[in-house]
Design a protein around this ligand. Structure first.
Ligand code: SAM
Length: 285
C-alpha cells in the first residue's frame, strides 16, 4: 500500500476524524484572503469543490442531498407553486426544484455572487442550466436579511446553507427560523440542511428546539451522503400541516404525475427517511 499522501487531501472538519480524498487532477486552486478554494477530480466522485479542504459538493454524490431537500417537501406538500431557496449557490438545488413543472416560481437568495459564477464555469453539471430557467429569480443578498424583510410568501422554503460558521451562522438562529415561518403560506414547509448528527449533534438539537417552538410538526429526516462523512445527514422539517403523514399511495401518485427520474428519491425512501435511529431521537430536545 502506498504511503505517499502528497496527492491526497484530508478533511480538517473534525478534531480527530476526517475523510481522505485522492486528487487526480486539479482544475482550480486559489487562496483568497479568507480561504483556499479548490476544484479537483477524484475517480470515484468526479469533480469535487472544497473550501479549506472541507468538501462542499461533488459531482458524484450531490444528487442525494439535492433530491432529498427538494422532492421530499415538494411532493409532501402536493401543490407547491412558489419555492424559496436560501443559499444554494452551486445551482444543484434550483436544478432539482425546477424539475417540478408544477412549480411556477423559484426565488434563490445567495450571499455570494462569486459562488454562482464559479460554479457555472467549473461545475456546470451541478446547475445543468437552472440559472437560465425563466422561473428562477436569483437574488444576491444575505438570506437572513432577505427573510427579515420579504413580504413574499412561499409554499416550500429550502435552506441550503454552509455549516453554522461564517456567513452561514445567521441561517441557524431562532430569529431566522421565525422569519422563515412568517414567509410560509398556510400549510407551507421549511426544510434545512442540519449537518451530520453523529458528528455535529448540537447543530440538530438547536434547530429542533427552535422548530418545536414554531411549528406543530417539528422533526428531521435523514439520508447518507458519502462525502459528508460521519454517518447520515439530518434535514430539519418544520410545518403546521400534516404533510409528513401523507400516505405512500398519494406520494406514489404525485411522484408519477411529476414525471421525475431521480437516482435516490423514491416515495418509499421518502417515508423511510423520517424513521429516526435512537441516537438521533436522543438529540431531540
Ligand atoms: N451542501 C453544502 C454543505 O452541506 O456544506 C453547502 C451548499 S452551498 C450551496 C451553501 C451556500 O450557502 C454557499 O453558496 C454560500 O455562499 C451560501 N450562504 C452562506 N451563508 C449565506 C447567507 N447568510 N445567505 C445566503 N447564502 C448564504
Amino acid at each position: 500500500m502506498s504511503t505517499d499522501t502528497s496527492d491526497w487531501i484530508r478533511e480538517p472538519l473534525h478534531a480527530d476524524y476526517g475523510q481522505g480524498l485522492k486528487v487526480e487532477e486539479v482544475f482550480y486552486d486559489s487562496k483568497t484572503e479568507h480561504q483556499r478554494l479548490r476544484v479537483f477530480r477524484n475517480n470515484t466522485f468526479g469533480r469535487i469543490l472544497t473550501l479549506d479542504d472541507v468538501v462542499q459538493t461533488t459531482e458524484g454524490d450531490n444528487f442525494i442531498y439535492h433530491e432529498m431537500l427538494t422532492h421530499v417537501p415538494i411532493l409532501a406538500h402536493g401543490a407547491a407553486k412558489r419555492v424559496l431557496i436560501i443559499g444554494g449557490g452551486d445551482g444543484g438545488m434550483a436544478r432539482e426544484v425546477l424539475k417540478h413543472q408544477s412549480v411556477e416560481h423559484v426565488t434563490m437568495v445567495e450571499i455570494d455572487a462569486g459562488v454562482v459564477e464559479f460554479s457555472k464555469e467549473h461545475l456546470p453539471t451541478l446547475s445543468q442550466g437552472a440559472f437560465d430557467d425563466p422561473r428562477l429569480n436569483l437574488v444576491i443578498n444575505d438570506g437572513a436579511l432577505f427573510m427579515k424583510e420579504t413580504t413574499d410568501r412561499f409554499d416550500v422554503i429550502i435552506v441550503d446553507s454552509t455549516d453554522p460558521i461564517g456567513p452561514g451562522e445567521v441561517l441557524f438562529t431562532d430569529t431566522f427560523y421565525g422569519h422563515a415561518k412568517r414567509a410560509l403560506t398556510p400549510g407551507g414547509i421549511l426544510v434545512t440542511q442540519n449537518g451530520v448528527p453523529f458528528m455535529q449533534g448540537d447543530e440538530l438539537t438547536n434547530t429542533m428546539r427552535a422548530f418545536q417552538a414554531l411549528f406543530a410538526d417539528a422533526t428531521c429526516y435523514m439520508a447518507t451522503i458519502p462525502t459528508y462523512a460521519g454517518g447520515p445527514m439530518a434535514f430539519g422539517w418544520g410545518t403546521d400541516s400534516d404533510a409528513r403523514h401523507v400516505t405512500l399511495e398519494t406520494l406514489q401518485t404525485r411522484f408519477q404525475a411529476a414525471k421525475l427520474t431521480p437516482d435516490y428519491y423514491t416515495p418509499e425512501v421518502h417515508q423511510g427517511a423520517f424513521a429516526l435511529p435512537g441516537y438521533v431521537l436522543k438529540l431531540m430536545p
